[in-house]
Structures are given as structure tokens and as C-alpha cells.
Design a protein around this ligand. Structure first.
Ligand SMILES: [Zn+2]
Length: 381
């Protein structure tokens, strides 16, 4: 029996990352969405260590702790070889795996996987319900602080006469966040609410931006204890969805421009807008890219994993799809993600012309709109 045939391999892979963390006695990690983060089990610190609970992949930003799954985690924390790590996780490998035992192991693994999927589905349903409740409670954004917030980012009424329907406003919106295992309202204030539509055109998530009630109405500063929390938060299931800032009627546009955030997308609209061109915010790069194929020897293959059935795919009938690349600390990774998303789209629609527009090193289109970094030229390729 080779290592690949060892049934313990499949069994080990199905053990949830959280369970493995507990068994290894790693303490102090906190969950945020799919990520666990906190002190590194090897070199300590505060929040330099991350584990993706879906894949088990982990990474320390300080030391050499990194790997693709929970088996690698056990190897590195305990200093074990691969087979010893498997034995630590699943028990000794019998000299001869009898058929009955193997069947039992497979059955247990399948059951664990089923349970994991059921829990994930339940969590997701709840998040979507929350998103729809928030969306329904919000009012149209025209004539509210949302105008001031956008104007402070250079997106004035003159440049954007019509407020997108995808944007709404809540005068006093609770900032709900789980910290140290307890979910509570950490801040309350005015918020811009953007609807994230699923490919079927239903609200599947809301993108929330808390606004400073004092002029010039930038993002709210949300400080809890010593921690500054991000003023933007998504609730719901954004996968494959987008904030349709203009062009919410499929079929009424031939070119779709997708940028990451709301402000960069609206800036793109101001700079590049025209008849038959729609502007959608893809929420984040990961969502625009979908899952990438893993290719040995490269960290970012730039090739789409076509088995990702929930990845973003543009609507049919487009002639052109343009992704906007923001200036970024890791331009190589960013570019690979954008390429992955565009190649996925082209695999679905071979006639589609796809391209990337880059705002220039270290800046995004909103900086361009605000006149910052004018020494850079807008390059297109
Ligand atoms: Zn470390």
C-alpha cells in the first residue's frame, strides 16, 4: 500500500482545521469568516499567523511556518515526518488494512464531510437572511450622507448626477462583530449599504460602509479597546456576485467594467463611462478571480479552476470585459487573480474580448480621480 492509497490520508484531510488546532493545543486564534488568526504557535506575536479553515492552509508572516493543509500543520508544530504526522492524527496504520476497517474509516470520513457541509450551508443561509433584512431596512441613498461621503472621495453630484440604485443608507446602523468569542454591536452610526446581487439578480449580501457623521464625512473611525476595526464589512454570501452600480439590466450594455471597491468603480465610471458601458464592483479580488488552479512551482498560477461553480462569471451577451487593477503591495498576485477571472470569463464566452486597465503603481482609479500621483500615466494592455 503506497502513501496515496493510505485511507488515513482522506480521513486526516476531513478533520476540520479548528479541531486540529484544538488537538495541537494552539491557543489564542480567533475566527473571522473562513480565517483563524492569532499568535504563531512557533514564534508567537499577536496576529501574524493565519489558517484558512476551508483548506487548512496556514501561514506565518514572520517565520517559516507555512503549508497547505492540516497534515503539514501537525508536521511543523510537532516536528514530525509525513507518516508520523498521519499516525498522530489517525492512529497507527495497520500492517494490513482489512476491508472492513477501510470501509469503516471511509464511512466516518464521509459522515464528517456531510456534517461540515450542512453546517456551512446553515451558516450561509443565516448570513443571506441577515443581508436581506439589512437591505430591506435601508432607504434610498439620494439626499443622504452617502452623497457627502462620495463627494469627499471626489465623486461629486456634477460627476455622478444619478445615484446608483445599488446604494442605500441607514442613519443608525449597528456594527455587529464577533470578538473574543462574543458577538456584539461595537459601533453605531450612519452607513452606506450596497446590495451585492447574485448572478440570478437576487440580494445575496450587503457591503456596509460606516460613515463619519462629522464633516468631511469620510469613513468612520471604529476603535474598540486598542484595536481599530475596518469601517467596511460584508454580510451575506458575496461569491460570484457583484454590486451593480450601473447597468443593472442585463442586455442593455456591451461592455462591463469591474473594479474591486465601490469608490474605485464609481471613479472608473466617472473617468471611462459612456453609452453601453456598465460598472460593477466585484467586492474583492478573490471574488473577481474565483478559485485558481494550483500549479506546482508557482504561488499564483493565474489559471482559473473551472470546477469552482460559484465563481464570478459576467452575464452573457457582452463584447468586452475590463478588470481594473489597483496599485497594490503585491502586484504579481493581483495580476494573477485578475487574469484568472478574465480567463474564466473567456472560457465561458470565447467571443469575449477581455483586458486589464491599470491605474499605475501604488494608486487606484480613485486616486487618479482625486488628482493624486499625476506623474503616473494610465496604462492599458
Ligand atoms: Zn511564526
Amino acid at each position: 500500500m503506497t502513501v496515496r492509497e493510505d485511507p488515513r490520508l482522506a480521513e486526516a484531510k476531513l478533520i476540520p482545521a479548528q479541531e486540529m488546532v484544538d488537538r495541537l493545543g494552539i491557543v489564542g486564534l480567533r475566527r473571522a469568516g473562513q480565517e483563524l488568526s492569532g499568535p504563531c504557535p512557533h514564534c508567537g506575536g499577536r496576529d501574524r499567523f493565519n489558517i484558512n479553515t476551508r483548506t487548512g492552509a496556514f501561514l506565518c508572516r514572520q517565520c517559516d511556518m507555512r503549508g497547505g493543509d492540516s497534515i503539514a500543520l501537525v508536521q511543523q508544530v510537532l516536528g514530525l515526518g509525513f507518516l508520523d504526522a498521519l499516525s498522530w492524527i489517525c492512529g497507527e496504520r495497520p500492517a494490513q488494512m482489512d476491508a472492513k476497517q477501510m470501509e469503516e474509516r471511509r464511512r466516518r470520513a464521509a459522515k464528517a464531510e456531510e456534517k461540515r457541509q450542512r453546517e456551512a450551508a446553515r451558516y450561509r443561509e443565516q448570513a443571506i437572511r441577515d443581508a436581506r433584512r439589512i437591505w430591506a431596512a435601508a432607504q434610498p441613498a439620494e439626499g443622504t450622507l452617502v452623497r457627502d461621503y462620495l463627494a469627499a472621495r471626489g465623486i461629486t453630484r456634477e460627476l455622478m448626477p444619478v445615484m446608483p440604485r445599488a446604494l442605500r443608507f441607514i442613519p443608525s446602523h449597528g456594527y455587529l462583530k464577533k470578538m473574543d468569542g462574543e458577538t456584539a454591536v461595537r459601533h453605531r452610526g450612519p452607513a452606506m449599504i450596497a446590495g451585492v446581487l447574485s448572478p440570478r439578480g437576487e440580494i445575496a449580501a450587503v457591503h456596509q460602509t460606516w460613515i463619519d457623521p462629522n464633516p468631511p464625512h469620510g469613513k468612520a473611525k471604529i476603535v474598540v479597546g486598542e484595536e481599530t476595526l475596518p469601517a467596511k464589512m460584508v454580510r451575506g454570501s458575496k461569491k460570484g456576485g457583484a454590486i451593480r452600480l450601473s447597468g443593472d439590466q442585463i442586455g442593455e450594455f456591451h461592455t462591463l467594467v469591474v473594479a474591486e471597491g465601490i469608490e474605485t468603480t464609481l471613479s472608473a465610471q466617472v473617468i471611462m463611462g459612456g453609452d453601453g458601458v456598465a460598472f460593477w464592483a466585484g467586492v474583492d479580488l478573490g471574488n473577481m478571480a474565483g478559485r485558481m488552479e494550483r500549479v506546482q512551482g508557482t504561488r499564483h498560477s493565474g489559471r482559473p479552476d473551472m470546477s469552482d461553480s460559484e465563481a464570478f462569471v459576467p452575464p452573457p451577451g457582452l463584447k468586452r470585459l475590463i478588470f481594473v487593477q489597483d496599485g497594490d503591495s503585491d502586484p504579481k498576485a493581483t495580476r494573477a487573480k485578475l487574469l484568472s477571472g478574465l480567463r474564466r470569463a473567456m472560457a465561458h464566452f470565447p467571443e469575449l474580448r477581455a483586458q486589464i486597465v491599470h491605474a499605475g503603481a501604488g494608486q487606484d482609479l480613485n486616486d487618479v480621480l482625486m488628482g493624486k500621483g499625476a506623474e503616473y500615466e494610465l496604462s492599458q494592455d
